[in-house]
Design a protein around this ligand. Structure first.
Ligand SMILES: [Fe+2]
Length: 173
């Protein structure tokens, strides 16, 4: 069991996992002609239905199940629908005037910025950023041995591995 420490988020996560698992079992059933395997997979697929029903009931047995967590949403963004799609846009309860304030042609940056990926940094923040960029810079001259080289059966025929010309990437100063 995986938990984020908030039961309503855990239940929603588990409901999604059960839904995906059912689809996976359906696809596995289609891959085999073995009657016994089909039977076992059919049982497991069906149990995912039972688990979804149970988890949904558990979720909706909690009256204050939304939104998850302790902090309230920021009111002005909580029920606004920004129509970012192009083309023949469908309207329904998921973006209706009844449930949302529908913004038909929103500005690219809904928080009021200019839409560009810019940020103002202090000198200390800039120094940290430069250090990070240096430390994590890619070295295009190396051909490192990785887990895929080591774990492949048979091993990947990597010319650099055969020649012994690979080297570990060393962080720049
Ligand atoms: Fe399940």
């Amino acid at each position: 069991m995986d938990t984020i420490g908030e039961v309503t988020a855990d239940l929603r996560s588990n409901i999604a996992a059960e839904a995906r698992a059912k689809i996976l079992y359906e696809r596995l059933i289609n891959l085999t002609d073995d009657v016994g395997v089909k039977d076992a997979l059919g049982f497991l697929m069906t149990r995912e239905v039972a688990h979804q029903i149970s988890f949904e009931k558990a979720l909706y047995a909690i009256s204050n199940n939304f939104p998850p967590g302790k902090m309230p949403p920021i009111e002005k963004y909580a029920t606004v629908y920004y129509n970012m799609s192009e083309g023949n846009d469908m309207r329904g309860s998921w973006n209706s005037d009844e449930n949302f304030t529908f913004v038909a042609n929103p500005e690219p940056a809904v928080d009021g910025g200019d839409g560009s990926a810019s940020v103002t940094l202090s000198a200390a923040q800039k120094a940290n950023l430069d250090n990070l960029a240096n430390r994590t810079a890619s070295d295009p001259s190396v051909n490192p041995v990785t887990g895929t080289d080591l774990g492949s059966v048979p091993p990947v025929e990597n010319e650099a591995v055969k020649k012994g010309t690979t080297k570990r990437k060393t962080p720049k100063k």
